[in-house]
Design a protein around this ligand. Sequence first.
Ligand SMILES: Nc1ncnc2c1ncn2[C@@H]1O[C@H](COP(=O)(O)OP(=O)(O)O)[C@@H](O)[C@H]1O
Ligand SMILES: [Mg+2]
Length: 368
Amino acid sequence: MTVEEALATVEAILGKESLNDLQEIIFRCCWEQKSYGEIAESCGYDADYIKYVGFQLWKKLSEAVGEKITKSNLRAALRRKTQLTNRLPDTKNMNNGSQIAEVNIHTIQNRKSEIQNRTDWGEAIDVSVFYGREGELATLKQWIIQEHCKLIAILGIGGTGKTALSVKLAEQVQEKFEYIVWRSLHNAPTINSLLTNLINSLSNRQETSLNQDISDKILQLLDYLQKHRCLIILDNIETILSSADTSGALSIPQAGHYREGYEEYGELFKRIGEIRHSSCLVLTSREKPKEVAALEGKTYPIRSLQLFGLATPDGKEIFTAKGNFIGSTNDWQTLIQSYAGNPLALKIVATTISDLFAGDIAKFLAQG
Ligand SMILES: Nc1ncnc2c1ncn2[C@@H]1O[C@H](COP(=O)(O)OP(=O)(O)O)[C@@H](O)[C@H]1O
Ligand SMILES: [Mg+2]
């Protein structure tokens, strides 16, 4: 029995619920008796994730066939099933091993490029000019890739770099995900329109669930998060929280409640944080949504990262990118620290110092 015949059998057994791209890759590789580690390496995922998807796949197949299917009895069980149902006769056309291996590597490479293409950046900003944040990026990557966190909030005052960091993060982890969707909530969309938008993006505009109610749409989104490894980034969550300080000045993060009419967002975040899946939702906000406050913890898959300003050398880079500035080490330190390293504030003050003080930091500081 060839792997193509086995796949045809599986398609026939599963009917409408056929395998997704990653499940098919795993099926093909397990058919060739590759280890989860080898599969992970060839498709650029981590082994735990591949194992998890594999486990779900065997479970689904076992239920459909009515017999326990595992990675090790896969060939025998499917051959039995084929003979029993006589859906597909055994072929005399057995490929030799090296041909099969070649086809598989080719398929994996093709599928990998398809997988990597499924990114939808929406209105994400350009972060080609980006300084520092190595520590924050390392922490976030550890939470997402190694610890499989499902819900992460990046918190901080306006201008501190949450949006920029979220885009940089998505760029750096994108090959670990099948889908990446980045959306800003700056216009405070209703949950209905956000869900429609996300489902449209994840289904490649195949599903227009316009008539469904919100709980159905939440279920549909969760279904995508379970079937595919998705990274969804929602920027500017404070627009849907009731105590949002729209002035942007030093608002202290607190357990945020939702604006009237936006309460179902809380339900969505809670479900994403609690149900079993290997996708991840990253939120950025000036304050902490109450579900994150309630569910987060060192050993829970829900975390929050409080973002502060840039370190002095990284803040200095923002000035250097704008023009020529002169100042002693002390001047630089005083200047950057007086704006708490806030990149937006530093960009604005750099323009002022350049235009009004010919780039002389000491003169600017002397003005008080
Ligand atoms: N690490 C960084 N390096 C360079 N520029 C940055 C960095 N972080 C933020 N910025 C810039 O500072 C400004 C404010 O950042 P932004 O991400 O919009 O802040 P927030 O989302 O917290 O309000 C933007 O122009 C952004 O490009
Ligand atoms: Mg922002």
